[in-house]
Design a protein. Structure first.
Lengths: 78, 148, 148, 78
């Protein structure tokens, strides 16, 4: 299994800070999630970190067994 | 001990860290310290800071190294709380030790500006029993532009 | 306690003053503190600061009031040593408490710039057993010009 | 008697931080001091404080019994 990690308000939306998912292409993983959560995760301001490293390019993400993919919304000000 | 960066998940007394940090740099000229506290008023009952361990601490360490490279410092300490805090509790403490005063001031100012905007922290406030996430705000970008 | 200004003729621990100063201003956003120490190296054995009681403390109090009038502060504390000090001993501590970070930084910076140049202190250094008076220097005037 | 107070390097020059003098016009008081000290006290950068108040104008100072006149050289930088 792979793990999705939701930060900030995304954790509220997901109902939990983490979620186990089946490995595979990110598009397939998102398709299996509730639609409103999938839409929020795809927001262009949400950054991704795979196994602790920020994704910088737009290359496709494919989750392998044991991977951890974090969804990082914009950080808070003030 | 040129860099001392920590995430703290319990209330802390800044003086208990600043004292040893200062003493670790004998011969310094001065230390500039900023301590930010959870603001009271406005009906705020609590503040919660969440972080993402694989990124947050390395990000703070990278900021400390940038400050050390940019200003003429003997050392810099960055402490940041996580978890649930009450009004009046320290949330952040940045201390810069330098031979010359100006470098100490500027490094602490620089680190605070970048901590607020560049760090991987997500905040929510509790008012009337309801938690609300805090969004990014414009002032931070203005603060950062000072260093470009 | 909007203003707390003291001359101290014995070694002091800045944290022992900054803690109570901070706690006296609940609801604040942040505190910026600068602590200057007697610099080591260069063969300095000791520093002596003399003052003139009828002018020195009133002058520091006037500076604190100017900072309070100029910046949006909840309070400002200025502590200054007199007498003979050894390298590493704190010589000055300025702490500004404010709702907003920028005001706290600027007030402490402002007070330090003016303390160094405007205050009635005379310093001499001891090297190799010989005391030498320290003259005014140009950098201080440049620092002050920042605030005009 | 009146009292002269010497700050900073002036105290070294005077050999003491204070000196009792006979009341009277400042010119007369200075004339009774060692010449090198009198010259140093008259340096234009040395300010005067009479009984704790800085003298701002150039008016003549006349010391009365019990007065304290302080001589303040430029303060130290750095």
């Amino acid at each position: 299994m792979a793990k999705l990690v939701f930060l900030g308000r995304l954790a509220d939306l997901a109902g939990a800070p983490e979620r186990e998912v089946a490995p595979g292409p990110l598009a397939d993983v998102l398709a299996a999630l509730p639609r409103d959560l999938a839409v929020a995760l795809l927001d262009e301001r949400v950054r991704l970190a795979l196994n602790g490293t920020l994704k910088t390019g737009g290359e496709a993400v494919v989750l392998s067994d044991g991977d951890e993919l974090a969804f990082l919304p914009p950080v808070s000000g003030g | 001990m040129a860099i001392d960066v920590r995430l703290l998940d319990q209330p802390f007394n800044p003086g208990a860290f600043v004292g040893p940090f200062t003493h670790a740099h004998p011969g310094l000229g001065g230390v500039c310290t900023f301590v930010g506290e959870v603001r009271g008023g406005d009906g705020i009952e609590a503040l919660e800071l969440s972080h993402y361990a694989p990124l947050t601490l390395p990000g703070m360490e990278a900021l400390a190294r940038r400050a050390l490279a940019r200003f003429d410092l003997m050392g810099i300490m960055i402490l940041h709380r996580t978890g649930i805090m009450l009004p009046g509790e320290p949330i952040v403490c940045v201390s810069s030790a330098a031979t010359h005063r100006r470098a100490a001031f500027e490094a602490t100012d620089f680190a605070m500006d970048h901590l607020k905007s560049d760090s991987w922290f997500w905040k929510r406030e509790k008012r009337g029993g309801v938690w609300t996430w805090i969004e990014p705000r414009g002032q931070d970008h203005a603060d950062l532009a000072r260093w470009d």
